[in-house]
Design a protein around this ligand. Structure first.
Ligand code: 5AD
Ligand code: SF4
Length: 487
């Protein structure tokens, strides 16, 4: 089930981006396409900012581009296959247009490094996630006929000073990166290898970006990181280097950062993704409860409901610990929306252990979730230590069972929301009808309602009186009410 997927928005996969550029000068046309998680889409906005500064314009037709960049994902094998197919399409265009340059950016570039240039000869430029500042000179190298590559990972780079060019945006919701990299080393995950060590970004630059977004009309920001709860700022550098008690005392943690961003303006909604069960503190949950404009939704990937598998996954928590965190959320914020990621078919997982995942789902009753079959990734701890021994057909059956349970829980959640008032931030027209608007409530559920005179970026009170399996349908009852008088 990937509808409403915030991590990998299927409707945006491979979307080419069009930007107005007031600095257009060189006349060179860029075709920039992104795959994978929200962090990648956010990185593409940094890439766009760097290249727009050099006078590039964008095109949505790759056949007329001077340069094609694909921002790639390596999280599962099928994500990589999609990109390979795309690169083969571009290779065909290169045959017609000898001057065309093709570059891979992001996680696949970092994982495969020079393999793209030397063995596969698919592309001219390979750039890892920490090297985007080097893009203009890499392009020059490639224009001179040299193969250009920079896959150096950094301990400091957070692109804090760059103002992203908001791409493919609805002009209401924006994404702001707050950490880069990941130190968790979950055994199945390639991210620590492709995005490097964990660094937090200066809170001042985060607040500044949120303020600027608000001033240009945005009404929601989502703070992004692989593990937002481990955000810590004590002057820069690697997370693990924050050592002394004094440094800790003068630092800013995630709960404090949430408050700083929430205080930008009560009319600015704040979301965040992704939380990690081992690091999600009560302090953070209380902070969400304290501010009306911090959305009541926590995406808390569980991956498995069985403690032995969690240990093998190196997740740093047990089933009991996870359920205790859920209990804490439900105690402090009873109305909180909760969503998850689950991986099924991980190495050596038995039928009993699979049932533990199903029973954990029963205990939590998630609003929605993203469910994946385990895909072995080269160089990860699991690839080195364990055998990918759950047969494909077992993985398929198990994921189907998990998806079926989630479908049921999602529909329970949807039905629960009918007959109630919801405060909705309008994001734009509904996908299905030009007569309807769509937005989300605090819990992240999609709500559609007749357009009337309302505009995107406005808050309205919607009474929900109907639903489909994943969408709430209603009518506006009130508007422009103060945030704190509405739930
Ligand atoms: N196989 C399947 N799913 C994976 N994820 C991460 N690595 C893998 C893998 N090797 C999933 C996890 C993570 C989400 C972003 O992707 O559930 O939370
Ligand atoms: Fe991967 Fe685990 Fe880090 Fe998430 S927390 S990016 S799953 S290593």
């Amino acid at each position: 089930m990937s509808s409403g997927n915030k991590i990998i928005d299927e409707s945006k996969q491979g979307e080419a981006l069009l930007i107005e550029n007031s600095k257009a000068g060189s006349g060179k046309k860029l075709f920039l396409e992104s795959y994978g998680c929200q962090m990648n889409f956010s990185d593409s906005e940094i890439v766009a900012s760097i290249l727009m500064d050099k006078g590039y314009t964008t095109t949505q037709n790759y056949e007329e581009a001077d340069i094609i960049f694909v921002n790639t994902c390596a999280i599962r094998d099928n994500a990589e296959q999609k990109v390979r197919n795309r690169l083969n399409d571009f290779k065909r265009v290169k045959k017609k247009n000898k001057k065309l340059l093709v570059g891979v950016l992001g996680c696949m570039a970092e994982r495969l490094k020079s393999q793209f240039l030397e063995q596969e000869k698919l592309v001219d430029i390979v750039v890892g996630p920490d090297s985007y500042r080097d893009l203009p000179s890499l392009i020059e190298e490639a224009e001179d006929g040299r193969k250009a590559i920079n896959v150096i990972l950094s301990k400091e780079e957070t692109y804090a000073d760059l103002t992203p060019v908001r791409l493919g945006s609805n002009e209401v919701t924006a994404f702001i990166s707050i950490t880069r990299g990941c130190d968790n080393m979950c055994s199945f995950c390639v991210v620590p290898f492709t995005r490097g060590r964990e660094r937090s970004r200066d809170p001042e630059s985060i607040v500044k970006e949120a303020k600027e977004a608000f001033e240009s009309g945005y009404r929601e920001v989502t703070l992004l990181g692989q593990n937002v709860d481990s955000y810590i700022w004590a002057g820069g550098g690697l997370k693990k280097e924050v050592l002394t008690e004094e440094q800790k005392l003068n630092s800013v943690n995630f709960a404090q950062l949430l408050e700083l961003v929430a205080n930008v303006n009560p009319e600015l909604r704040v979301r965040f993704s992704t939380s990690h069960p081992k690091d999600l503190t009560d302090e953070v949950i209380h902070m969400i409860a304290k501010h009306e404009n911090i959305c009541k939704h926590i995406h808390l990937p569980v991956q498995s409901g069985n403690s032995r598998i969690l240990e093998m996954m190196n997740r740093g928590y047990t089933r009991e610990w996870y359920l205790e965190r859920i209990a804490s959320i439900k105690r402090i914020i009873p109305e909180c929306g909760i969503s998850m990621d689950i991986i099924t078919g991980f190495c050596s997982g038995t039928e009993e252990e699979h049932k533990d995942t199903l029973s954990l789902m029963e205990a939590v009753k998630y609003d929605f979730g993203y469910m994946f079959m385990y895909s072995e990734r080269p160089k990860t701890l699991a690839e080195r230590k364990y055998k990918d021994d759950v047969p494909e057909e077992t993985k398929r059956r198990r994921i189907q069972e998990i998806v079926d349970v989630q479908r049921l829980h999602s529909s329970i959640r949807t039905t629960d929301a009918v007959g109630k008032m919801h405060k909705v931030l309008i994001e734009g027209l509904s996908k299905k009808s030009n007569e309807m608007l769509m937005g989300r409530n605090s819990q992240n559920a999609v709500i559609v309602f007749p357009k009337g005179e309302y505009k995107k970026g406005e808050y309205v009170n919607v009474f929900v009186d109907d639903c489909t399996s994943s969408t709430l349908i209603g009518k506006v009852i009130g508007e422009g009410m103060k945030q704190d008088s509405m739930k």
